[in-house]
Design a protein around this ligand. Structure first.
Ligand code: 5GP
Length: 205
């Protein structure tokens, strides 16, 4: 961890790579941002994507929106920690900022899908991975509809993809814990408690 002459006063030896995954509509983004707000030294890793920016997105905050050629050039230079294809679009976690924040002992949060989590766990086996589950399938469908972000056809596609993602998450063996999001504040608190508990446990080793 952080050592030597470049150590900053804010550096710690308590860095943790946190993966948060879950299907669309499970509340993953709200929980991720809740954890980021609640834990002082946390940093959200801003992914690159080739998908179109929506009105809900802010460039540089939610994603770096880039074109396919830029994505492929970055990939060929080895600048991604992991990459994945989701709904025909490309997503990738930039490697350098994640490694720098971890070196400084921070909590680095990756909001990525199961394909990405599997790759990260291969590089960083002690990453802590949380998967967010909706309370029921009916509730998931209701939430996807309530977002009013997509057409009925797209909602059905996301619903089926969500069910498949839950199955592959369970089969992957990479998740340390599954959190059922039936009440958002309780789910954020549970995620924070688990993360802080994990850091305390590791620091005591
Ligand atoms: P959305 O387009 O709805 O923001 O994200 C679609 C899916 O891609 C979500 O499951 C999200 O967690 C995942 N995702 C976002 N960024 C990355 C990334 O950098 N890598 C991977 N593997 N998945 C990502």
């Amino acid at each position: 961890m952080a050592q030597g002459p470049h150590r900053l006063p804010t550096d710690t030896d308590n860095g943790l790579l946190l993966i948060i995954s879950g299907p669309s509509g499970a509340g993953k983004t709200t929980i991720t941002r809740g954890v980021e707000r609640s834990i002082a030294d946390s940093v959200f890793s801003v992914s690159c994507t080739t998908r179109a920016k929506t009105d809900a997105d802010t460039e540089g905050v939610d994603y770096h929106f880039i074109d396919d050629a830029t994505f492929e050039a970055m990939k060929s230079r080895g600048e991604f920690f992991e990459t994945a294809g989701v709904y025909g679009k490309k997503y990738g976690t930039p490697k350098a900022p994640v490694l720098e924040h971890l070196r400084r002992g921070r909590l680095v949060i990756l909001e990525i899908d199961v394909q990405g989590a599997v790759q990260i766990k291969q590089h960083v086996p002690d990453a802590f991975a949380i998967f967010i589950l909706p309370p029921t399938e009916e509730e998931l469908l209701r939430r996807l509809r309530d977002r009013k972000r997509e057409s009925t056809e797209q909602i059905t596609k996301r619903f089926n993809a969500a069910k498949a993602e839950i199955e592959s998450a369970k089969a992957s063996g990479v998740y340390n814990v599954f959190i059922v999001n039936d009440a958002i504040d309780a789910a954020i608190k549970r995620a924070c408690d688990l993360v802080q508990g994990e850091r305390t446990r590791r620091a005591g080793k």
